[in-house]
Design a protein around this ligand. Structure first.
Ligand SMILES: Cc1cc2nc3c(=O)[nH]c(=O)nc-3n(C[C@H](O)[C@H](O)[C@H](O)COP(=O)(O)OP(=O)(O)OC[C@H]3O[C@@H](n4cnc5c(N)ncnc54)[C@H](O)[C@@H]3O)c2cc1C
Length: 50
């Protein structure tokens, strides 16, 4: 179980999946959105991306 679905949590999940394709991985976050790129927020605010 990974607590926190920011970049560190997502990379941890990807690393575990890479190491074990059958691993049971649970990623827990406390934001309503699925994981997203923080560095893309300015581009979203400037309406360059959806
Ligand atoms: C606008 C912006 C632009 C950025 N651009 C860049 C860039 O260009 N290059 C770069 O290297 N970095 C950039 N950063 C910084 C980068 O986004 C952070 O360094 C990175 O998000 C840190 O990742 P993290 O997973 O450690 O923490 P976080 O991103 O803070 O993720 C932690 C997650 O855990 C969740 N959480 C916390 N406590 C709990 C709990 N008890 N239970 C469940 N969930 C919990 C939080 O809600 C959060 O979603 C940018 C940041 C912002 C805001």
């Amino acid at each position: 179980m990974i607590i926190g679905n920011g970049p560190a949590g997502v990379v941890a999940a990807e690393t575990l999946r890479h190491a074990d394709a059958q691993a049971d991985i649970t990623l827990i976050g406390d934001e309503p959105e699925p994981p997203y790129s923080r560095m893309a927020i300015p581009y979203l605010l400037m309406a360059r991306i959806d």
